[in-house]
Design a protein around this ligand. Structure first.
Ligand SMILES: Nc1ncnc2c1ncn2[C@@H]1O[C@H](COP(=O)(O)OP(=O)(O)O)[C@@H](O)[C@H]1O
Ligand SMILES: [Mg+2]
Length: 221
């Protein structure tokens, strides 16, 4: 499809232990530096696909080539943020890297600045809005130098203003830092921010390309 892609998935197959087939001949390709969205009905396999791409679930078939490390953002940030303060949470994601104190501090500051939370280091997580929590989760991925962001309905629990702000911010980050993002949503207005979109049905990509074409298509179905 294109010369350089940060996510290439070919003929993925995934079944649950009870034999239910969720992904079958599922293929997609996200070009480097682009912001793509993944759409599909409830139960079509979007979350499963993201988890398979992130290596959180083991494939039953097919191949994935992905530029790692991958950053994963869940629908509910309360399932993801584990430390009491913003700065500590972002730093916690770096423990495996055995960095010096000053390097950890620099990485945390850079990541929080990237999501416009530079003055929130000491803020308790419980005192943040839903949108701010999602930005902390994204900062965690930035601090770990993730090139690929996988975001599973990150705006599902947000109000309309925070929703618009988050999608605009992630688009800006992708472009500014040459990241590659795959963003699951069911909110069609978010397609205005996408470089492209995939439509998943019964565990297979059945349409892809221009987000405005897909938006019109889905608005009329
Ligand atoms: N842990 C699980 N065990 C068995 N089946 C599951 C599990 N999680 C999800 N499923 C099933 O897999 C299918 C795809 O789910 P999911 O990937 O969450 O879809 P989506 O994110 O598109 O709504 C659904 O039929 C769902 O019921
Ligand atoms: Mg889901």
């Amino acid at each position: 499809m294109v010369a350089t892609s940060d996510i290439i998935a070919t003929d993925l197959r995934f079944c649950w232990a009870d034999g239910t087939v969720v992904l079958d001949k599922c293929s997609l390709d996200v070009p480097k530096g682009q912001f793509w969205m993944l759409l599909g009905a409830n139960g079509s396999g979007k979350s499963t696909l993201l988890k398979v791409l992130a290596g959180l679930l083991k494939l039953d078939g097919g191949t994935i080539t992905i530029n790692s490390p991958v950053g994963f953002v869940f629908q509910n940030p309360d399932h993801q943020l584990v430390m009491p303060t913003v700065g500590a949470d972002v730093a916690f994601g770096l423990v495996d890297e055995h960095l010096s104190f000053s390097e950890t501090k620099a990485r945390v500051q850079d990541a929080l600045a990237a999501v416009d939370l530079q003055n929130y280091q000491r803020r308790p997580i419980y005192a943040l809005s839903g949108g701010q929590k999602q930005r902390v989760a994204i900062a965690g991925a930035i601090a770990r130098k993730s090139q690929v962001l996988l975001l599973d309905e990150p705006t599902a629990l947000l109000d309309r203003d925070s929703q618009g702000a988050l999608v605009a911010e992630v688009r800006h980050l992708v472009k500014e830092r040459s990241l590659t993002a795959l963003w699951v949503t069911h909110r069609l207005d978010e397609l205005d921010y996408a470089d492209g979109a995939f439509l998943l049905s019964h565990g297979r990509v059945i349409d892809q390309g221009d987000p405005h074409r897909l938006k019109t298509l889905l608005e009329n179905t």
